[in-house]
Design a protein around this ligand. Sequence first.
Ligand SMILES: [Zn+2]
Length: 329
Amino acid sequence: MARSFAETFQKYAENDKVPVSSLKELIRSLFSDPSEESVNKVCECVTLSKNGHLSSDDFKLIWENFIQVLIKPVSAFVIVDVQNDFISGSLALSSCPAKEDGAEVVPVINKLLDDVVFDYVFYTYDWHPHNHISFHSNLKTYKDTLLRPTPDQWESVCMFDRVQFDGRPPLEQTMWPDHCIQGSEGSKLHKDLKVIEGGLEVYKGFNPCIDSYSAFWDNGEVTSTGLLDELKSRNVTDVYVCGLATDICVNFTATHACKHNFRVVLVEDACRGVDLSAISETKQKLNDLGAIIRTSDTIAPLVKGEEFPMELGLVAAENFRRKFANMST
Ligand SMILES: [Zn+2]
């Protein structure tokens, strides 16, 4: 499909006055069964010209900055927190409400690493100092910064309760058991997870005073882990997210990836979560943000730029608009 599209596109690009309706026809042919509304939206985003025609320069810009993203995406596979403590340790998902088995993601992720050639692979680590604010065992240390409940009620707070700490900004915090303490057995990746050569590591939650569910930012969105810069410097367009736990760290990581305008794919069978209703809310929210939810056996054609889901096309089109809107003629 990409080749015949490229040929047609080339023919148009040689003509200096192509009506916008022809571009619309091209876009319609590129996506499978697109709605008229989404075709119009894509067309609107990538058409800078306001006179009803496109010049060969307009086509060149669209080719290089929109079509190329579709047919030559740059992919990053972000494997979130596949660490012992979430699988068999102090915060094992099997003891959480959904009773899921975190180890089940390992063979799914390993198969993806074997079968699909991602441009980059990132392994994230929840990486806490022993005095971390998220640990229920440390509540006494941080009790004076409690906003809810009040500091004198700190002893009534139970494991898994949600409290609020003062700070800039004040933040909700769930009280967790000690987990993923830097360098501990529980902080290690599951022993069977394939660690590929050239894989990159991202550490989060290392500041004792603030938690970090996302692999991009801490929960106050104050300090970056460096992942965003790593992705941008490699011109990554597409972020595939998987790991533990679907409704917490995978959720926050994928949400930030959407907010930073990456095209985001949640690999749902390579994730396990804490709570079933929160897992389905996460998927709904990510859909609303423009991400797509796919199973691992459908990932390869996306990574190779052989399949163009309209949702990801829309994100690429919006990025084009953001980049070039002030160039409209
Ligand atoms: Zn943690």
